[in-house]
Design a protein around this ligand. Structure first.
Ligand SMILES: C[S@@+](CC[C@H](N)C(=O)[O-])C[C@H]1O[C@@H](n2cnc3c(N)ncnc32)[C@H](O)[C@@H]1O
Length: 461
């Protein structure tokens, strides 16, 4: 049983992302669960299912900010802007999945240049209206001139270049999610932010960020990379480095809350505070990663001439996450906020969604995978640590094979160190244990040492 579509509704089929009913173009395949890379674009109205986990994390972070008061005081309104919203699935998820008790405090502005995408957003927002109706007028006082937009059922819709939209008002929560590099938007984003704000930046130009496209990396990020086991971490840190130095140019300092390499994109989420003093200290958190032929990699502020060939950077060398906030991003919390309930599914079926118990099970698994390892890694990722690619450990430790990652993590924790698996498709261990302790623990767990094993040269490219 489907509801009546008006004559302007394009040929679509329905899909649930999180607890939110979305329309997909008829020629877009039903997403396979947990897609691992960019799906094939099928034109205007295309929804990239590979970004669903990032949208889930965005719901969790926004709900956390409203609940725990780390961005605005409890009870105060929070002004959020999705500057490149496309068909608006992210903001529709904010409206549907952030707990209802916070909804009236959440003022959402959305923007995109694409007329087709905005009309898609408007249609689906009407067709599948969220359960809590948020009605507030455009707040004229927060705009420096009459805003070029209109209210649509609790969303303020704008259609302008994101660089203009970002400066229409001082937003406290800003999401930048362009096709490719976010570099052209960073300056306007910083200028538009309120004194204390939260900025989420997506970059899909991973070839530039990792250094596998060296000229693009040099042009956009002013960095040089080495494509080896640290390339994903370097990509995250190169983007954070640019966000930090851009912030500093606008007298602001950043504090990363979550920063991930997620398959085909990098996404960093940072608190940004206006502070000339702290902005002046930015270079203390910027440096280079130097590979060492005798053992561990390390960060230096400036590589020596001899180190240059083994160095990638400049990049952010400070902490990557906020421990308190990421510790709350548990699987249970993600399921509580974002897994479709029986009522959600029944209501969606009344609109025409085809959905089986198998879909429900897979949807839950996907929500869980969106936050897998985050809470467990919150402490180690929020302080100084070293990354070890698990596949490189036998070579480095001189053992015939590697230990089970879980066993290694437990052994390091038993020794009093922080250790966790990193949320990355590749198996990475993050730990604050000294390099030699990790190697010795590997040897003890595996119980064998290769005779005449040569020490690894520290570079696995
Ligand atoms: C990757 S999509 C955004 C996806 C969306 N945030 C989501 O989660 O579904 C990028 C969007 O940026 C828009 N866009 C590109 N350049 C823009 C600009 N200069 N100003 C405003 N929107 C822009 C495109 O129209 C497109 O809809």
């Amino acid at each position: 049983m489907g509801d009546a579509k008006d004559e302007h509704t394009p040929n679509v089929h329905l899909w649930m992302e999180g607890r939110t009913l979305v329309e997909l173009r008829a020629d877009q395949a039903r997403p396979t669960h947990m897609p691992r890379g960019p799906a094939k674009r099928t034109g205007p109205g295309f929804l990239n299912p590979a970004m669903a986990p990032a949208r889930t994390r965005s719901v969790l972070l926004l709900a956390d900010a409203l609940e725990h008061g780390w961005l605005v005081k409890p009870g105060d309104d929070l002004r959020a802007l999705d500057a490149m919203c496309a068909t608006g699935v992210r903001v529709r998820r904010w409206r549907r999945e952030v707990p209802s008790q916070h909804q009236q405090r959440l003022r959402i502005a959305v923007n995109d240049l694409d007329t087709f995408a905005l009309s898609w957003l408007e249609r689906t927002h009407h067709r599948f209206s969220p359960p809590v109706q948020v009605k507030h007028a455009p707040e004229d006082d927060r705009y420096e001139r009459p805003p070029n937009g209109r209210m649509v059922d609790g969303l303020f819709l704008m259609q302008q270049d994101a660089r203009m939209a970002l400066m229409e008002a001082s937003y406290q929560w800003v999401d930048i999610d362009p096709f490719g590099s976010p570099v052209p938007f960073l300056d306007s984003a910083m200028q538009g932010l309120s004194r204390t704000a939260f900025l989420e930046v997506t970059a899909t130009d991973t070839a530039a960020l990792t250094g596998s496209s060296p000229s693009a990396q040099q042009r956009r990020y002013g960095a040089r990379g080495i494509v080896d086991d640290w390339a994903h971490d370097d990509a995250v840190r190169v983007l954070l480095g640019l966000v930090a130095t851009t912030a500093a140019r606008h007298d602001r300092a950043i504090e990363p809350v979550l920063a991930l390499f997620d398959g085909h994109h990098v996404r960093v989420s940072v608190l940004v505070r206006r502070s000339k003093e702290r902005a002046s200290d930015v270079l203390q958190s910027i440096g280079w990663r130097v590979r060492d032929p005798e053992g561990p990699d390390r960060f230096v502020q400036h590589p020596s001439k001899a180190e240059r060939p083994r160095a990638s950077g400049p990049m952010w060398t400070g902490p990557l996450w906020n421990e308190t906030i990421t510790a709350r991003m548990t699987e249970a919390r993600a399921l509580e906020l974002c897994a479709p309930t029986h009522q959600d599914i029944e209501a969606a079926k009344a609109h025409g969604l085809e959905w089986t118990d198998h879909d429900t099970e897979h949807a839950r698994r996907e929500i869980v995978r969106s936050v897998r390892c985050i809470a467990e890694a919150s402490a180690v990722m929020s302080g100084p640590h070293r990354l070890h690619h698990v596949d490189a450990l036998p070579n480095r430790a001189g053992t015939a094979h590697g230990p089970k990652l879980e066993a290694l993590i437990q052994a390091l924790r038993d020794l009093g160190h922080l250790a966790a698996r990193v949320p990355d498709l590749d198996p990475f261990l993050a730990t604050n244990a000294p390099y030699e302790t990790v190697m010795e623990t590997v040897r003890q767990l595996v119980g064998t040492r290769l005779e005449n094993a040569q020490p690894n040269d520290g570079s696995t490219s």
